[in-house]
Design a binder for this molecule. Structure first.
Ligand SMILES: Cc1ncc(C[n+]2csc(CCOP(=O)(O)OP(=O)(O)O)c2C)c(N)n1
Length: 546
């Protein structure tokens, strides 16, 4: 996860180094490049002052929840903990959705909030609530760095964020604590985990004729090994949304996406063994397990709550386990033609032909990929929650892990734009495309200004349908009267221009192609507001989830 040989940098080894210096130095030593947030007047100002000397950029965001989502995307791309700073009270409350998101995405994140000293809470009530209690429901650990060895407390906190299941931790840091002088502490190297006993998993694999592999979020760290195992078995591979690209979409064994719904039921139902690899059930939708074939599992840790009993599991260093299984995996009876048949059937079930007003979402996604290729670009994609998500995840081509970033543990709206900014800043040569609904965008639209501040090479594509379409479709499925799910269509191109980004609007395929070419030609943030033809959403949802 991080380089354990890395030493705290010069800032932290200075004799007058403070706790704030150590916070940024520890983050930098673990590979962090940026701190995201909205400061208050306390420790957040100490951290901002300490950031630049330690080589970290502070990115001023418009909302703390969005800052946390930027930190999540950053962490998923750097493999270092994401770092967020906020003020106390309202800053912490605003951050809650993004911080809980980190825990449910299994992404390490350090939230540093301003805090109150015990003496202050004796006479102050303004902005005061129990901050530890407030984050307790969604962080793994909490610290104040007020003890004798604050740096050890800090390192322990960061270790907790990066230990499986990874997630958010909270440093409640008063300015007084941030300013205390502190000495570095020695970090013990992370112990190398032993390979678990593979006998049972191996026996199941050797007894199976038609296994399938499901790759989940932990498999992003074992992509070459997972591909080698799949090729040894010659069997279909399905990926969760967060594992898109672990096996390339174009690979002949790639069969499609696994959500736990109906779309993949034909290919998974034809298997005599289901091998889950790093497939944290946090990504599966709310439907009971529908398969009778035995399940074997390889993961970093056993999951305390699961959808299915596991016949045999191997838990530990996932890349090593998968590599060991690949060494003697027997060739299955699947043919590539059968797998292609399943893959094509799944794709066809999600597409729909061009109809009346607007552009069909599967077409929008394909056209964005075509326009990026025309512009000689290879952007990462970020995807929001909503009906447009099915098309973005199915039709955006991925060939490497983290080519596509999505919230699929919390599955929150308002993720794609902030995550797209972080992806674009992480790798300006590739840049990013953010696919978002109009509802999700409105939850974080002010971050367009953050994208402008940093000249992010980000194209935001808004599926503008004047509705919370996913909920609209669910309402229709339940044959309820239409209420509470629609609103007017905003002009997001104009909104983008207002923030200083370029904005374009499109109502049909010809207009969309031209808008996308202009957006990709712009060397900074741009937004394409495309009118959606929602006619196929109902059938698409039915195909996905039954
Ligand atoms: C923060 C948050 N609020 C509510 C939801 C529930 N929800 C999931 S999808 C959705 C509709 C999204 O609408 P929009 O962003 O316009 O995308 P569309 O479905 O129209 O493609 C809602 C309300 C959620 N996932 N996250």
């Amino acid at each position: 996860m991080h380089d354990d040989t890395a030493q705290p940098n010069r800032t932290a080894t200075r004799p007058d180094a403070t706790v704030a210096d150590h916070v940024v130095a520890a983050a930098a030593a673990r590979g962090a490049k940026r701190i995201w947030g909205v400061p208050g007047g306390g420790s957040s100002l100490d951290l901002i002052a300490a950031a630049a000397p330690a080589g970290l950029d502070f990115v001023l965001c418009r909302h703390e929840g969005s800052a946390a989502m930027m930190a999540i995307a950053d962490a998923e791309l750097t493999s270092a903990p994401g770092i967020v700073l906020t003020t106390k009270g309202p800053g912490l409350s605003n951050a809650a959705n993004g911080v809980s998101c980190a825990t449910l995405e299994r992404t390490p994140l350090l939230l540093v909030t301003d805090g109150f000293t015990p003496a202050q809470t004796g006479w102050i009530t303004h902005q005061v609530f129990d901050q530890r209690l407030a984050t307790a429901a969604y962080v793994k650990a909490h610290a104040r760095c007020e003890g004798d060895d604050p740096v050890a407390e800090l390192e322990h906190l960061l270790d907790s964020a990066t230990a499986h299941p990874r997630g958010a931790v909270h440093l409640d840091l008063t300015s007084a604590a941030a300013k205390r002088p502190a000495r570095p502490c020695r970090r013990d190297p992370t112990p190398i985990l032993p390979l678990p006993d593979l006998t049972q998993v191996r026996a199941l694999l050797h007894g199976a004729r038609r296994p399938v592999i499901v790759l989940g979020l932990e498999a992003t760290e074992a992509a070459p090994e997972a591909r080698r195992l799949a090729e040894s078995l010659g069997c279909p591979v399905l990926v969760t949304y967060k594992a898109k690209g672990v096996i390339a979409d174009a690979h002949p064994l790639h069969a499609g996406i696994f959500t736990g719904g109906t779309l993949e039921a034909q290919v998974v139902g034809a298997a005599d063994l289901i091998l889950l690899v790093g497939a944290d059930p946090v990504e599966f939708i709310l439907q009971p397990w529908r398969y009778t074939a035995p399940v074997a599992e390889v993961a970093a840790r056993p999951y305390p709550v699961h959808y299915t009993p596991v016949a045999a599991g191997a838990y530990g260093p996932i890349a090593h386990i998968v590599a060991a299984l690949a060494d003697d995996a027997p060739l299955s009876r699947w043919t590539e033609a059968e797998i292609a048949g399943h893959r094509n059937a799944m794709r066809n079930a999600l597409a729909w032909p061009a109809g009346g007003g607007g552009v069909a979402p599967p077409r929008i996604v394909q056209m964005v990929a075509e326009a990026a290729a025309r512009a000689g670009r290879d952007p990462r994609a970020t995807v929001d929650a909503g009906a447009h998500m099915f098309s973005a995840t199915a039709f955006w081509p991925c060939s490497r892990p983290r080519d596509l970033l999505i919230s699929n543990g919390l599955a929150t709206m308002g993720f794609a734009l902030p995550a797209g900014i972080a992806a674009a800043l992480h790798d300006p040569a590739r840049g990013a495309v953010a696919f978002t609904g109009d509802g999700g965008l409105m939850m974080c639209v002010a971050e367009l200004a953050t994208a402008v501040d940093h000249a992010a090479r980000l194209v935001t594509v808004v599926f503008n349908d004047g509705a919370l379409s996913l909920i609209d479709v669910k309402q229709q499925q339940r044959q309820l009267p239409s209420a509470g799910v629609r609103w007017g269509r905003a002009d997001f191109a104009m909104v983008a221009e207002g923030f200083g980004a370029r904005g374009f609007r499109a109502q049909d395929e010809a207009g969309l192609a031209a808008a996308l070419d202009a957006a990709f030609a712009h060397d900074g943030p741009s937004l394409v507001d495309v009118q959606v033809d929602p006619a196929g959403y109902m059938q698409q949802l039915q195909a996905m989830r039954g």
